[in-house]
Design a protein. Structure first.
Length: 320
């Protein structure tokens, strides 16, 4: 026998105010007795202090998990289920508890925001109780509109590096490029370009790193740590001088979320452009970025309004 939860939405993605609906399925080869079926919807924000702060920050008081969503319903009273599959429909309104807020699903190192559905079916006497839990995803549209892209032009030279000692021998180089925006729609990729204008040493590779900065705590103290989410190699080997190398990175689902700031925690993001030289030198340039979740249809309508009629028609009607 088994207990299962099936949501109506295959992708399991929901937004605030929507109905989380589906069926609980009880499958049994023969008639069984039970003490009722109960379904719980719960959202939990898990906060954890960095080990570096233990002893400085009282983690037992300053950093602790909390529940922001909780609802429960009794789907069936105590009784018996016939053999075969029995489907019990359910529906929850996705909303936060009083005094709490909904946050987007996010899996980090020190901060995790997760939402679950759990079905419990206790059974009488010595029979084994049945339980099933599934996770669903919450996405929250940003209240801010995506601003007009402001490209960031950069030039990296030995003199511009802050963490290089004057006495240290550093290869001569000049690397320029552009990050296409300071603020990105999380549904769209990070883009830009980099150009190695000159470099006296051979280049091993060029990489783009996505970094999360997680801060949690309260007025008693904060724990703040930066950790790498993903690293993508955009060039391998000694790239041609003066050649434009495109930068491209898709923001991974679950491990990123719109930039978030609350009283007890913050989630921010940075992009590192890293040039590895053959002599083991590492050239690194850091760019703080802001992520927003914007409505795709709204962006499309805005593009149509700003485009000429001819551009709009050519985009909608295939050539020929």
């Amino acid at each position: 026998m088994s207990l299962d939860i099936r949501l109506k939405r295959v992708d399991r993605i929901y937004r605030p105010g929507e109905d989380v609906s589906g069926v609980v399925v009880v499958s049994t080869p023969s008639k069984i007795s039970h003490s009722g079926v109960r379904l719980v919807l719960e959202g939990v924000v898990n906060l954890k202090a960095s080990p570096r702060t233990i002893g400085i920050l009282d983690t037992s008081n300053s950093v602790k998990p909390f529940t922001n969503v909780f609802s429960s319903i009794d789907l069936a009273a105590a009784g018996k289920f016939e053999s075969g599959d029995t489907e019990i429909p359910f529906e929850f309104k996705l909303e936060a508890m009083t005094g709490q807020s909904l946050f987007e699903t996010y899996n980090g190192v020190f901060i995790n925001v997760q939402y679950f559905l759990r079905a419990d079916m206790p059974r009488p006497l010595l029979a084994k109780n049945l339980q099933k839990q599934i996770e669903f995803i919450v996405e929250i549209k940003s209240t801010l509109a995506l601003p007009t892209p402001e490209p960031i032009n950069f030039v990296i030279t030995p003199e511009s590096l802050e963490n290089v000692k004057k006495a240290k021998v550093v290869p001569q180089f000049r690397i320029s490029g552009q990050v296409d925006a300071k603020c990105y729609n999380i549904n769209k990729p990070f883009t830009g370009e980099i150009v190695v204008e000159e470099c006296s040493e051979k280049i091993k590779s060029i990489e783009v790193q996505l970094v999360r900065i997680e801060t949690c705590g309260n007025t008693e103290g904060f724990s703040k740590e930066s950790t790498e989410i993903q690293n993508i190699q955009v060039a391998d080997g000694d790239v041609q001088r003066g050649k434009r190398v495109p930068l491209f990175m898709v923001f991974p689902r679950l491990f990123t979320c719109p930039t978030l700031t609350t009283k007890s925690f913050k989630v921010e993001f940075e992009i590192n452009i890293v040039v590895l030289l053959a002599d083991q030198h590492v050239i690194n340039e850091n760019f703080p970025i802001r992520l927003l979740r914007c409505d795709e249809s709204a962006l499309w309508n805005l593009w149509l309004l700003e485009s000429t009629a001819e551009e709009a028609v050519s985009a909608l009607v295939p050539a020929g």
